[in-house]
Design a protein. Sequence first.
Length: 190
Amino acid sequence: MKKLLFIACFIASATFMSAQDSKFMAGAGLTYATDIDNIGINVKGLYLINETWEADAGFTYFFEKNNVNYSALDFNGHYVFLNNEGKCLYGLAGINITFYKIEIDGIGTSDYDEYDDYYGGSSEYEDFYGENPFSSLADAMESKGSEFGFNLGFGGRLPLTEALNLTGEIKYILGGANYFSIGAGILYHF
């Protein structure tokens, strides 16, 4: 137990000592996607490999619209064209997986309605007509899937404070799901 506590303290102190030299950034923001035609919330982690190269991973959840939910998972590499006093412009390329889920509620038909008492109920004619042909419409329907694609675009960062950066990206996702994406957010430099 003492060894475990010692190791935990050592790792924590090493993490805090290297915070000034950290190469990690993380943050969140908003994204608009054209063919999805909706706004989403994104979270992103960024690793500064060196002065020229960076890598990021991000997830975007788009709000439900017309019974459809979308989300996207991105992994990108950045080539930094300009890095001047924290101001940064970069080109990006990477992969994207766009997930979708379509949920349609049933129309709510039932085998009994208020006219059944007047007409003697539906069971009288079931032998002739069979079961209610509309009963399958009462069931909810759901479809899920994903599309693989490639990201191409550019972005930038502008320092607001020593640790906070305003960030923006414009990218086109091509492949199974084709859409244009514009995003803005805040990144915290650890």
